[in-house]
Design a protein around this ligand. Structure first.
Ligand code: CU
Length: 159
């Protein structure tokens, strides 16, 4: 008697997984975990280096420019030094702008993906990311108004 129930659950799983991550359709992360221009979620075991980034109410990341090597997995150690919530979202500038637009239309939208971290005032947290390809990758705070005020940074991925 149990088998059909298990099958049902298993067949429902992919649908659930998709629904959970689909609040903004065109995002780079969805359904594609292969090497990409912006990189992919990193594994803790592969971390080669830790980079500390502070966020503040002057709408800045400190530092806002980081250089890594292609293939490196970085653990970002992020601290919110402000009195406002801030977040760090990794992506291409086009994706970040699109996502920021969505955040403006849906203020207070809960979002949590492997390429981002949201921190309350005084809070700190980590984000592990693998930079797959040489080039440049952007990051920004997508809380409405912050990116527009200059809360944006860049990772230069060297060969
Ligand atoms: Cu911010």
């Amino acid at each position: 008697m149990k088998t059909p129930i298990i099958r049902l659950l298993l067949s429902a799983l992919p649908a659930l997984t998709t629904a959970a991550g689909s609040h903004h359709g065109g995002h780079a992360m969805h359904g594609n975990q292969q090497a990409s221009a912006v990189g992919t979620p990193g594994k803790a075991a592969d971390v080669t280096r830790t980079v500390e980034i502070k966020m503040n109410d002057s709408m800045r990341f400190v530092p806002d420019a980081i250089t890594v090597k292609a293939g490196e997995t970085i653990r970002f150690f992020i601290r919110n030094n402000g009195k406002l919530p801030h977040e760090l979202v990794i992506g291409s500038i086009a994706e970040l702008k699109e996502h920021a637009e969505m955040m403006r239309k849906m203020p207070g939208m809960e979002h949590d993906e492997p390429n981002m971290i949201t921190l309350k005032p005084g809070q700190r947290g980590g984000l592990v990311w693998k930079f797959d390809q040489p080039g440049s990758v952007d990051f920004a705070c997508l809380i409405p108004g912050h990116m527009e005020a200059g809360m944006i940074g860049k990772v230069v991925v060297s060969r």
